[in-house]
Design a protein around this ligand. Structure first.
Ligand SMILES: [Zn+2]
Ligand SMILES: [Zn+2]
Length: 435
């Protein structure tokens, strides 16, 4: 057993040595066929190869599904795994999972004509993929379509992709549209249902649980004061005192003390500044690209590409400063109405007099009276489990008096919680109150 293992090891080592010498021989060949790989690791990036290098790539075998080399052996390409000659026409330069090109892929003299012959042709009889250099099928001998000896068969229409089917076929397009409309309809109907639910109303019965009122009298006095303004806005005017709280003129008098003040600011150019403005500058560059020859081989080429880089140009811009502009102001005397004092009365109306009383205030000379009223009605009702209250603020005393404590009202509410309308329980007798 052990002896057998030992022999195996020797065999492997010997084989490895042979391979190494073979490689070094190829790399040092004087005709330069293979020295593009010399001094480099086994894998070389296609764009690191000298310009004009042609090498063979890979394809996925349509028979066995495994990746295999597109390098021809003789006049045909056969799958290294299953031997199929029905090569797929989709070639790629670098093996899946690998990082570069190997020396083994190099197009040598034996197959460089095939590489240069362009796109391959497919045999109409046996589907074998043949190089353009072949005038008859390498597999079955059928003549190349379009060759002088051959009746030109009808060209097969390309099988449309799923995308093309959708674009071509109006029925697919129609379906797509219908789906879109259905989705839009669904969204809008649910929105409408939601809004309808929110605005759909229901009624609850409320009771007037409380009322309150307040009458306020504010007493203002025509008072002398000092103010200031821009001189060109002030015209001398004598004041007129109010008679019975009206007919007064505040006036502007004792104009005095002219002084300068900042009226506004103005932008003034005080100089220039030079700034560097970035912009995209196009420039041409060359790069090595791998070109697909359409037959499993690839050739490195130098192509000119336009790139863009950030450059800067100087731009001179004006510099502005905010400069104050002065004008003349003056002080003057005038009169204003100032609140002197206020009196109020409040209560809840059932016990109170009709009409509700106001504070008794006597207006002195240079005084005026202002009257303010506030009325409040609280309705309570059961909405589901919760006891809720709603406040009504009647505008006038007569409206306020129509809300009798303890009387019943119908509150119309929507699902958003808003009270839309309130009406007395026996609606045909009383007038409605809208909100
Ligand atoms: Zn295969
Ligand atoms: Zn054939």
């Amino acid at each position: 057993m052990l002896a057998k293992k030992y022999l195996q090891l020797i065999f492997i080592l010997a084989f490895g040595f042979l391979c190494l010498t073979e490689n070094s021989y190829a790399a040092n060949k004087p005709d330069g066929d293979c020295d593009i790989f010399a001094g480099k690791a086994e894998m070389v990036q296609p764009n690191q190869l000298p310009v004009g290098t042609t090498f063979w790539g890979f394809y996925k075998c349509s028979s066995c599904g495994l990746e295999t080399s597109s390098k021809p052996s003789g006049n045909t390409v056969a799958c290294a795994n299953c031997g199929s000659t029905h090569t797929d026409e989709k070639f790629y330069a670098v093996s899946v999972g690998k990082v570069g090109v190997t020396q083994d892929q190099h197009a040598d003299d034996k197959n460089s004509a095939q590489a240069a012959s362009g796109k391959k042709w497919t045999c109409p009889s046996c589907s074998t993929s043949n190089f353009n250099t072949a005038t008859a099928c390498e597999q079955c001998g059928a003549p190349k379509p379009g060759s002088p000896h051959q009746y030109l068969g009808h060209e097969h229409e390309a099988i449309p992709s799923a995308d093309q089917l959708v674009q071509k076929n109006p029925r697919f397009k129609g379906k797509k549209k219908i789906m879109m409309w259905a989705a839009a309809a669904l969204v809008s109907t649910s929105a409408i249902i939601g809004i309808k639910w929110g605005f759909s109303s229901y009624e609850v019965t409320g009771t007037v649980a409380g009322t309150g009122w307040q009458h306020t009298v504010v007493v203002d006095k025509f008072t002398q004061t000092t103010d200031e303004d821009w001189a060109n806005q002030v015209r001398e005017q004598q004041p007129v005192m109010p008679q019975g709280g009206r007919g007064e003129v505040p006036g502007k008098f004792n104009i005095r003390n002219p002084h300068t003040a900042v009226h506004h600011y103005q932008s003034v150019q005080t100089g220039t500044e030079t700034v560097q403005v970035p912009y995209d500058e196009p420039y041409t560059d060359t790069e090595t690209q791998t070109v697909d020859n359409g037959n499993g081989s690839f050739t490195t080429q130098t192509v000119t590409v336009t790139r863009s880089r950030t450059a800067y140009r100087s731009e001179t811009r004006p510099v502005y400063t905010q400069v104050p502009v002065y004008e003349t102001k003056v002080d003057y005397d005038t009169f204003v109405w100032l609140e002197n004092y206020r009196r109020n009365l409040k209560g809840d109306f059932p016990k109170d007099a009709d009409p509700l009383p106001w504070p008794v205030v006597e207006a002195g000379p240079l005084e005026r009276l202002r009257h303010f009223s506030e009325y409040k009605v609280i309705l309570t009702y059961n909405d589901g489990k919760n006891k809720q209250s709603y406040e009504v603020t009647p505008a006038t005393e007569s409206d306020f008096r129509s809300w009798k404590p303890g009387s019943l009202y119908i509150l119309v509410k929507n699902n958003f919680g808003m009270v839309l309308n309130i009406k007395p329980l026996n609606a045909e007798v009383s007038s409605e109150t809208d909100f």
